[in-house]
Design a protein. Structure first.
Length: 201
């Protein structure tokens, strides 16, 4: 589920003055579609080597999130307002709905609020530390204070400049997951026919 918090942070216009969280929220809200490549590195305690994965993602304010892992094996996740679908080659799609798992979708609702950097929701659920680092760089540290996030994470740290560059997730088990984003594409501002198919099951 953590992957879904990334979408709204993936595009920020260049600015020459000090950046504020309110400005980020306004910019995120005006990005109808964001496409990007991702790499993920997960370091689990007791494992000598980190786990690596990579792929591409797309988030549409109207359709939801499409997360397509290509390596080390194909895996697709689709999340919209009413369901989460996991697809692996050669297997039937696994569908989880809001009715079958309301707690999961309460969590997802919060994650999707993060897409727009909704300051009200952030302040309700996190202790917030936002820093303008100069040269258009910024950092947002979120320390959970509500369930279920406070049971999962000690902190979520986002770093960006013109776009979101990285997210570091530190969980209660002492494990670390870092997501990096490259090749952000904000146009076209409408889904292609092929992209529309990503959300149809």
């Amino acid at each position: 589920m953590l992957l879904f918090l990334t979408a709204g942070f993936l595009a920020i216009n260049n600015v020459a003055h000090a950046i504020t969280l309110d400005e980020l929220q306004q910019r995120f809200a005006h990005q109808p579609i964001v496409r990007a490549n991702f790499t993920q590195v997960r370091q689990i305690q007791g494992m000598p080597q980190p786990l690596h994965s990579s792929g591409e993602m797309l988030v549409s304010q109207h359709k939801g999130l499409w997360w397509h892992q290509q390596k080390p094996f194909p895996l697709t996740l689709v999340l919209d307002d009413s369901r989460m679908v996991q697809v692996m080659p050669g297997q039937a799609p696994q569908v989880i709905t809001a009715d079958s798992n309301p707690q999961l979708f309460q969590f997802n609702h919060l994650m999707r609020a993060l897409f727009q950097a909704d300051q009200v929701v952030l302040e309700e659920n996190f202790k917030i530390e936002f820093d303008d680092l100069g040269q258009e760089k910024w950092r947002l540290i979120l320390t959970p204070k509500t369930s279920p996030l406070d049971k999962l994470f000690t902190a979520i740290t986002l770093n960006g400049q013109a776009n979101l560059n990285a997210i570091l997730l530190t969980d209660r088990q002492g494990d670390h997951t870092e997501l990096s984003f490259t090749q952000h594409r904000l146009t076209p501002e409408a889904l292609s026919n092929e992209e529309e198919q990503h959300f149809k099951f």
